[in-house]
Design a protein around this ligand. Structure first.
Ligand SMILES: [Zn+2]
Length: 220
């Protein structure tokens, strides 16, 4: 996790805290409303240290995250613990609107990944892809819900995507299958699967933007 410094005015003096660079709840660039909850001298080893706890309210997602900080010198503190400890990526707004369930599964998979549960994360990213493709098809294809629900992931990719974006989704499906199957076929890293999934997410975002232009683009 990356950190930035935040200056807090407290008891007529400035304190310099370390906070996550991005909100641990939503992934937005972090500029939270910080409250120091406690500051206390505590015996932590041979020495006493001044420990501060703080809440950080994020205006982007209306949720707080929390830190524990140790005084390093004077009014400067170094962060020792953050809750939540995971760091979600900020996904495009268009994707949030199209498929909240995709965003939830993607975030859960990322949390698993960041805790070292890569097998679970790989399975999760594959499931997330299927949800995104089917939500996209429901909104932008002529097919009804029953037809879409019956498609397996391979058929859904083939039906709704062509060319390079078919390939990006296929890579995620094939690598994701390796996490769900007993017999592994490929030698790859989870980051590679995720990179192709991110390419595909970018494509879906572009498609949504082009299908919903913000001004009229009809020719006179
Ligand atoms: Zn947030």
């Amino acid at each position: 996790m990356d950190f930035i410094e935040q200056t807090i005015y407290k008891d007529s003096t400035n304190l310099y805290l370390q906070i996550p660079k991005f909100c641990p709840q939503c992934g937005a660039v972090n500029n939270p409303v910080t409250n120091i909850l406690s500051r206390q001298n505590v015996k932590t080893s041979e020495e006493n240290e001044l420990i501060a706890s703080a809440s950080h309210y994020c205006n982007a997602c209306s949720k707080a995250h929390f830190t524990i900080q140790v005084q390093s010198s004077g009014s400067s503190y170094l962060v020792k613990a953050v809750y939540p400890e995971t760091q979600p990526s900020l996904l495009p707004e268009e994707i949030y609107e199209l498929s909240p369930r995709f965003v939830k599964i993607y975030g859960d998979s990322e949390a698993a990944e960041q805790r070292g549960a890569t097998e679970l994360a790989g399975t999760g990213y594959r499931s997330a892809l299927e949800i995104l493709i089917k939500d996209y098809a429901l909104k932008y294809s002529e097919d009804d819900k029953d037809t879409i629900a019956k498609l397996n992931l391979a058929n859904a990719i083939g039906k709704y995507f062509k060319g390079d974006f078919f390939s990006a989704a296929e890579v995620v499906r094939l690598l994701g299958n390796d996490y769900t199957h007993w017999d592994k076929k490929y030698d790859f890293k989870l980051e590679q699967l995720k990179a192709y999934l991110n390419v595909f997410i970018g494509h879906v975002k572009v498609q949504i933007m082009l299908k919903n232009p913000i001004v009229s683009t009809k020719k006179n």
